[in-house]
Write a protein that binds this ligand. Sequence first.
Ligand code: ZN
Ligand code: ZN
Length: 293
Amino acid sequence: MPDYTALLAEWEAALERRRELGQALDFWTAVLEGWRSWDDGAVEPLVWRPEECLSRWTRGVPLMADAVLELEPASLEDLLGPIMERLAVGSPGDAEALRRFAEAWDGGRLGPTALLPTSGKDGVAVLQEEVGLPAHLAGFLSHAGLRPALERFLSGTRGLPEGAWDRGSCPWCGGLPAWGDVGEDGRRRLSCHLCGGAWTAPRLRCPFCETWQSGDMVRLVAEGAEEGYFVEACRSCRGYLKGVDRRQRWNAGAPVVEDWASPHLDVYATRQGYWRATPSLVHLLPPEGGSAA
Ligand SMILES: [Zn+2]
Ligand SMILES: [Zn+2]
């Protein structure tokens, strides 16, 4: 089971190291505290046999596309409320979109499953067409709201066999990876912050457009970045992923901690003209010309 108290302790240590970014990083402290305090009483782990999981993975289907997670909307409100308040100060347009989201949520027109990447047309259509919630705000809400429930729900299904999964997205929840580690064995592991999953993936393949053109992948190293940290970017779709080489930085923290504590690398990659698929503080900065995070 996930230990969010330990994760929060790692986060506090990261804040110490990155004191110059402190104020901005408090945004995520509140999210991590919410995960730690969340009452998961009602979520029962998914019980699927390894063959049941494998039959989806070999067809390229993430487990959440078929599994049903029953979640009371009210159970997520302590996680969604505080982040919505913080996001609403971004711009009047964002505040208005979040108000419409809250209205649809309270009216029962959308609920927790609309925030899942596998919710398909229904969830996405309601979020974007009816509520007009910009994709980056939807990403913040889903990451802040769903992680503890998904991590508990999927806890019995993490045994992904070598070579069983061929897609760039998460084999469990279908979300896009938010971080890439290079491990002791030199292999690359992608991480999903939405459900806490991590899986081995080829280093020369872009997880976003799934191109195999090795010449399309470039490694950017931001000036002033600490040794071992890097940004991998795709020249084909221009998506990027930050990461750390754990052979050079053995004491690096959990992927979500390392990612959320390094928004300066996102600012760098964004200024180089690349985009990232998962929420980052860089998405809350005013467009070009604004101050750095
Ligand atoms: Zn996931
Ligand atoms: Zn790509």
